[in-house]
Design a binder for this molecule. Structure first.
Ligand SMILES: Nc1ncnc2c1ncn2[C@@H]1O[C@H](COP(=O)(O)OP(=O)(O)OP(=O)(O)O)[C@@H](O)[C@H]1O
Ligand code: SF4
Ligand SMILES: [Mg+2]
Length: 363
């Protein structure tokens, strides 16, 4: 029997539609040893991204965010699943067709220090896509490079300089210019500001927002800090150990986070109002190894929900729509389609109970 694919927040006319995407890496014994198991870095992710939309993806380090972004662009080959971009089956593309598709789907990398070739001038870096995709050559390409640098807030004459002459924020602007050069419609922004000083983060975020507005770009915006996506994303997917565990509009997610994992992440986000303080939920321990995930709810060893019990270690919580447009994978947060007698058979001692320790401060 095949289980139906749950797509949180399905759209009628998505730009990008991802279904049941998985990426498993083999775990090797020794340097050349045989595969000893699998790291399920992305484990059955389904989502839609709308035209001109920003979909936020958040989660702690190691949750599979980068792998998800790279698998969508086929920078790593997915293990299974479907990816459709503007109706085109991305996984079926080969050779030139794949290169052409790459024009439309770009990435801005997590680390602006290692993502630029130190031996190439920034002009050559930005120009590369123009040449590969035959967008412009010769003087026209030089002009376009200068224009792109100016568009991201750098000076045109910087084109002849090398990456080491620039700060992290400036390098990230070069990374943005490189992505924009090929006129994409969709960009995976992989933690584009997490390596930058706080003062520079807002500038780069504002630049990305302006570019989105002017060019109608869609973003998959990855962050491990919820405060960064709050102002950026229309809708947010929270990932834990390769899966989506909560999905909602950013407004609903911040107002009423239902998944205990999201509650813990959100409790760490500072509230601007100095009078209101959020109760801090400390996440015990690290993210478990995706090579050996816990049984049942993968979050159960770290969960603070008062109704958490033996059933949590036995039942894999389905991603359920608990309120319109608000999807959560938790059998203890009502309503749930996992009946109480099924939970009891799995050792449950606590009935589902609405638990909301982290409410948005009232205005
Ligand atoms: N090439 C690879 N080979 C083996 N395992 C990998 C590979 N790339 C990623 N992984 C593993 O997959 C899991 C997810 O990694 P990924 O980089 O996608 O996480 P992330 O959420 O982006 O983390 P971070 O916030 O630190 O960037 C991790 O356990 C990681 O060790
Ligand atoms: S299913 Fe159980 S362990 Fe998992 S988040 Fe809900 S209460 Fe916590
Ligand atoms: Mg990453």
């Amino acid at each position: 029997m095949t289980t139906p694919t749950v797509v949180p927040g399905v759209l009628a006319d998505p730009l990008l539609a991802v279904r049941r995407l998985t990426k498993y890496f083999p775990v090797q014994e020794g340097l050349f040893g045989r595969a000893r198991g699998q790291v399920k870095a992305v484990d059955g992710v389904s989502l839609d991204v709308g035209h001109g939309e920003t979909l936020g993806v958040v989660g702690e380090s190691g949750c599979g965010k980068t792998t998800l972004g790279r698998a969508i662009l086929r920078l790593v080959e997915p293990t299974s699943g479907d990816i459709r971009f503007d109706g085109v089956d991305v996984r079926a593309l080969r050779g030139r067709a794949l290169r052409t598709m790459r024009r439309s789907m770009q990435i801005i990398f997590q680390d602006p220090f290692s993502s630029l070739n130190p031996r190439m001038t920034i002009g050559a870096t930005v120009r590369e896509g123009l040449t590969v995709h035959r967008i412009a050559e010769g003087e026209a390409a030089d002009r376009r490079v200068r224009q792109l640098l100016e568009e991201v807030g750098l000076r045109g004459e910087y084109a002849s300089r090398y990456p080491h002459e620039f700060s992290g924020g400036q390098r990230q602007r070069v990374g943005i210019a490189r992505a924009l050069a090929v006129e994409p419609r969709f960009i995976v922004c992989d933690e584009p500001v997490s390596a930058l000083d706080v003062s520079v983060q807002a500038q780069v975020i504002n630049l990305l927002r302006d570019l989105q507005r002017d060019r109608g770009l869609a973003y998959l915006f990855i962050a491990h800090d919820l405060s960064v996506v709050e102002h950026m994303a229309n809708r947010v997917a929270v990932m834990y150990l390769g899966r989506i565990v909560e999905f909602a509009s950013s407004e609903a997610l911040y107002r009423e986070p239902l998944m205990p994992y999201t509650q813990a992440l959100l409790s760490a986000v500072p509230v601007p109002d100095p009078v209101t303080k959020r109760q801090r939920i400390v996440l015990a321990g690290d993210v478990p190894s995706p090579a050996n995930p816990p049984p049942g709810c993968v979050f159960h060893p770290r969960c603070h929900h008062p109704a958490r019990d033996a059933a949590c270690a036995a039942i894999v919580p389905p991603l359920e729509e608990k309120a319109p447009g608000h999807w959560v994978a938790c059998i203890k947060q009502p309503p749930t389609a996992v009946p109480w007698d099924v939970q009891r058979q799995a050792g449950a001692t606590h009935e589902p109970l609405r638990h909301l320790p982290v409410l948005a401060p009232q205005a």
